[in-house]
Every structure is written in C-alpha cells, then in structure tokens.
Design a protein. Structure first.
Length: 271
C-alpha cells in the first residue's frame, strides 16, 4: 500500500474521531502517570475496536513506541530521566522482549495453539495489572522513611538487571510494562523518585515497545491504521499532561496513577 492509499484509508474509515479521542486520553494518561501502553490501550483496542488479544497487544506495542517518541523528548527536556538505571534495565530487558515476542507470535499462528495462546495472554495481562495496582498502592500508603544506604552500585545494578529481564519478558508477551512494571521497579526497587521514575519508564518503554512492535508486525499482529489514529490523538494529550505534571504534588501523582490503573482493570475484566 502506497502513502496516498494509506492516507485515503485513514480519512475514509468509520470511527476515526473515536480513535483520535481515545488516543488523546491515552496520551494524557501516559504523560501524567507513565501508565498507558498495555494498561489503557489493550482494553481500549479490545472493547472499542473489537481486536483479539494478541492483535491488541501488537497494536498497543506499536502505538506505545510511536507515542513515546514525543513523550520521551518532553521528559528528557524536563530532566525527568535516570539514565544509569534505564541503561541497565534495558540490557536485561531487550533480549527477553524480543525472544518472548517471537514465541507468542509463533504459537498464535499455530492452528492447534492459537486459542490457548489468546487465553494465556488475556490472563497474563490481568495478573500484571492487578500486581501493578497493589504495588503502587503499597508505595502510596507507605510512611515516608529515610532510604537505606546502598552497599555499593553492584547490588543496585544486579537488581536493575534482573528487574529488566522480568519486565522485558512480561512486556514482550503482554504489551504491558511501561507504567505498570517499569514505574514500580524504578520507584520501589531502585528508589528513583516518582516524577523521575515516570520519565525514565517512558523513555525505556519507548525502546522496548519498539522491539515488541517489530516482532508482532512481522507476524501480522499489528493494525497500522488504528495505530496512526491513536498517535495523532496523543499529540493533544501528552503536552497537556507534561504541563500539569509540573504543577501537581507527588501525592496527587500517585492518586492519579492508582485511578488510571483501577479504571483500566475494571474495563478489561468487566467488558
């Protein structure tokens, strides 16, 4: 399909405004909380766009990668990125993200295993969303306390590497990981403050979602047209979120993050 045909399809397909509106909501939540990729997109794509679980994961990964280019630039300019931590997380996460993506696509294309694969992906997404909600809530309720002195960068680096491997495997299989896994890892395990953790999770998820999107697209599990609508809408939401993030407190950021994850979980499980 040439560029003219693609543009024509985008302009004539039903539901364009809905997808742009959904993209705006996604961009707002992503910029404000770091949550958005799988947590918001997968329920949106399945409920409003009628996608099967694996196609929704692949399309969500593509949207996340494209949108996070803009969001990452904003967070980098605002100096909301912990570069050392995300570089180590990336080293651990990248190989497993690519490997697990290939495994999911392979079994989804197999006639005997497709239905089981769809069911497993659905279950994994639900489990990850619940775990993230519990993690963020626990951190929100915890009383402020002095951080323990680190025994050395080696211990922290090992934690970051192992956490990256875990996050990469989950993101590759479910499309969930940017806000709901990387954010708690950076904030809770690696003790990065919440606002810098949000920016770091967005930048790291850009690269990991890109790897996952390539794997799913090669297997025909990514809807490019829908991704373009969502990305266009996100250009409205992300700058608004960046402006709001400078004005709200850490407590408010936590509350918004909890609300976004809770609403997404209800959408995913009830519909």
């Amino acid at each position: 399909m040439d560029m003219f045909s693609l543009v024509t399809e985008i302009l004539t397909t039903d539901g364009i405004m809905l997808k742009i509106a959904l993209g705006s909501i996604f961009g707002l939540c992503l910029g404000l909380t770091g949550v958005g990729g799988g947590v918001l997109l997968i329920p949106m794509l399945q409920i409003f766009c009628g996608m099967a679980p694996v196609l929704a994961v692949g399309t969500a990964s593509l949207i996340s990668a494209l949108v996070k280019i803009n969001a990452s630039i904003i967070h980098v300019k605002a100096k909301n990125v912990s570069w050392r931590q995300i570089s180590i997380l990336f080293i651990g996460a990248m190989p497993l993200t690519f490997l697990v993506t290939q495994i999911v696509v392979y079994f989804n294309q197999h006639p005997l295993h497709a239905d089981v694969t769809q069911s497993i992906i659905t279950g994994l997404v639900t489990v990850v969303m619940v775990g993230s909600l519990v993690s963020v809530f626990h951190k929100f309720r915890a009383k402020p306390q002095a951080k323990l002195a680190m025994t050395g960068t080696g211990n922290t680096d090992r934690k970051a590497l192992l956490s990256g491997m875990f996050c990469g495997s989950v993101l590759g299989s479910t499309g969930v990981g940017g806000g709901v896994l990387l954010l708690p890892v950076l904030n809770n395990i690696l003790n990065v403050d919440i606002k810098k953790a949000i920016g770091s999770s967005v930048v790291l998820a850009l690269f990991l979602s890109g790897f996952a999107a390539l794997g799913y697209a090669k297997g025909g599990q990514a809807d490019v047209s829908t991704a373009i609508y969502f990305v266009f809408g996100s250009f409205i939401g992300v700058p608004v979120a960046a402006s709001l993030l400078e004005k709200i407190s850490e407590k408010t950021t936590y509350l918004i993050t909890l609300t976004v994850i809770s609403v997404s979980l209800l959408m995913y499980t009830l519909f």
